[in-house]
Design a protein around this ligand. Sequence first.
Ligand code: R5P
Length: 310
Amino acid sequence: MKLLSGTGNLSLSKKIARYLKQKLINSHIKRFADGEIYVEINENIRGNSIFIIQTLSTPVNDNLMELLICIDALRRSSAKNITVVIPYFGYARQDRKVVPRTAISAKLVSNLITNAGAHRIVTVDLHAGQIQGFFDLPVDNLFATPIFAKHIKKNITNKNLVCVAPDVGGVERARALSKKLNAGLAIVDKRRPAPGKSKVMNIIGNIKGKNCLITDDIIDSGGTIVNAAKALKDKGAKDVYVYVTHGVLSGKAVDLINNSKIKKLIITDTIDNTSKIQKSPKIVVLSISKLIGEAIKRISNSTSVSDLFK
Ligand code: R5P
């Protein structure tokens, strides 16, 4: 088994390699002057099982193209099989037609990855679980919930907890966390009047005087979470903590969070945000590297991945 890293999140790839006591494949990925991507594998990989790690964060289109070219290079170098590890699966939010005459980009991305030559996919907290079915390949969708539950047990000692889904789509995720913590469950009734804008209509459940743990898969502009935190505080919540797997953090998201009612925002390193969050006293990053490393080890040894979440 060998590991290849794209340039999307090299620091995460290095941590995964360290966990597996492996070196990353010696490769050369560069851009030509016009932006075209060039990939060269500098060692023999004939007959090896390769895990290529590439996150699909900003610049998402470059990172996607780089991934496709890496897969092609691996296939043409006679790799035995290619497992594509995508810590953050970009384009996952376009998983259906919400209005007529639009693309289902998550399906298109799945087709591109499959047709490039992937044999298996590993990813983390897919925006919609059914994206697994967009691939006719095995897909392991890992969950950050155990990492979050451990952090909560260690750092939030007040037990008056309620897990909050910031929208109806997040109920399953919030319920999974509430089960692990033996906490209550509440739901924010969020509407999107326009793309990128969110409005809280109502809160379902008892949050008065409680420490609220909002959980979500993605924080992008920050609007969903910041509005949810404000609504919870306005309705009498004590402190609001937020646990989100993928810190997309576009535009002014970090400033919005710093100036919000949120006590702490905990994200993982599926996306490398080191430069963006340096100055935020509210943002904490937990590494997903051991979880991904352990999943890679288990896939490689043909042992159970789902046992990681029991
Ligand atoms: C939406 O369904 C997702 O789960 C996130 O809630 C959403 O992508 C967050 O976006 P933003 O931070 O821009 O409100």
